[in-house]
Design a protein around this ligand. Structure first.
Ligand code: ATP
Length: 283
């Protein structure tokens, strides 16, 4: 059984058709990224899956549970999921450790609080008041609150917005570590490098519809798209687009009789591919 199973999901706000028929199947242990421009329908989709918004149509099963249901079963279900919203921590007069301890008390199988603080790199801020944290440190606290309950499924909504590059890499390592424990993760992000570093599969959503679901390497025909070979030839940098970069390099190798000056072989980045896909369908 898939951890996330969505069929024909629809949601409108008045005349705005935010989600127009979304299907998703995400197996246990997968890191799945939802990519799309502002207003594409990502937050609407994710918040329906989290049980925070109602849907107009479609079927949703999250860990075998329909999040539109309420009551005791919903509370037990909530115990099994972790959520990192776009800045959730708001208890300005509590310290970092007090806040995480408080959140951990809601869960039946919480992680060790000191371990969680270390995992998000907030050891030196453990006794600091939340209102005195920097933006990036607050975001790390949000992540700590999302993982303190040992969730089977973790929702991460733009988790590294405001992180410096070092903090982002540290966060990626934390997510890789969670992957090792079998946690299923649904990530929304505007950072294509983040999706590439973390996601097993990505879905591109635009205007409320999924355009494609694929691995980051294969999205939009990326794996088979032309490579660009470039090298220095005297005063000029030459560039050649090719389906067969090895043969170009072999030819150049013979031509230069050894080292090819300033040789690079590149394929379109995930961002290049993504922007082409979005550009073709954006309103
Ligand atoms: P972003 O990347 O900016 O967070 P998103 O992909 O998460 O965007 P949504 O927040 O799901 O997009 O919004 C999808 C569409 O639905 C947008 O046109 C938005 O204006 C509209 N919308 C979202 N929430 C509401 C609401 N509560 N009431 C009315 N319209 C809404």
């Amino acid at each position: 059984m898939n951890v996330i199973e969505v069929k024909g999901l629809k949601k409108s706000y008045g005349q705005v058709h935010a989600v127009r028929g979304v299907d998703l199947s995400i197996p246990a242990g997968e890191i799945f990224a939802l990519l799309g421009p502002n207003g594409a329908g990502k937050t609407t989709t994710v918040e329906i899956l989290e049980g925070f918004r109602n849907r107009d149509a479609g079927e949703v099963s999250i860990l075998g549970f329909d999040p539109k249901n309420q009551g005791r079963a919903a509370r037990e279900w909530r115990n099994r999921i972790g959520i990192v919203l776009q800045s959730a921590a708001d208890a300005g007069d509590l310290t970092v450790i007090e806040t995480i301890k408080h959140f951990s008390s809601y869960y039946s199988n919480p992680r060790n609080v000191d371990e969680v603080i270390a995992a998000v790199g907030l050891e030196s801020k453990s006794g600091a008041l939340i209102r005195n944290l920097s933006g990036g440190q607050r975001r790390r606290l949000d992540v700590a609150l999302g993982i303190v309950g040992s969730p089977e499924l973790l929702f991460l909504d733009e988790p590294t917005t405001g992180f410096d590059p070092e903090a982002r890499r540290a966060f990626w390592a934390l997510i890789q570590q969670l992957r090792g424990t079998g946690t299923t993760i649904l990530l929304t992000t505007h950072y294509l490098d983040e999706a590439e570093a973390l996601a097993d599969r990505v879905a591109v959503i635009n205007n409320g519809l999924i355009i494609e679901v694929s691995t980051p390497a294969e999205l939009g025909g990326r794996a088979t798209s032309k490579a660009l070979v470039s090298w220095r030839d005297g005063d000029h940098i030459k560039t050649e687009g090719t389906d067969n970069p090895t043969s170009v390099v072999t030819r150049l190798n013979a031509q230069f009789n050894g080292e090819i000056p300033e040789l690079t072989v590149t394929r379109p980045s995930l961002e290049d591919i993504y922007l082409t896909m979005i550009g073709g369908t954006d309103e």
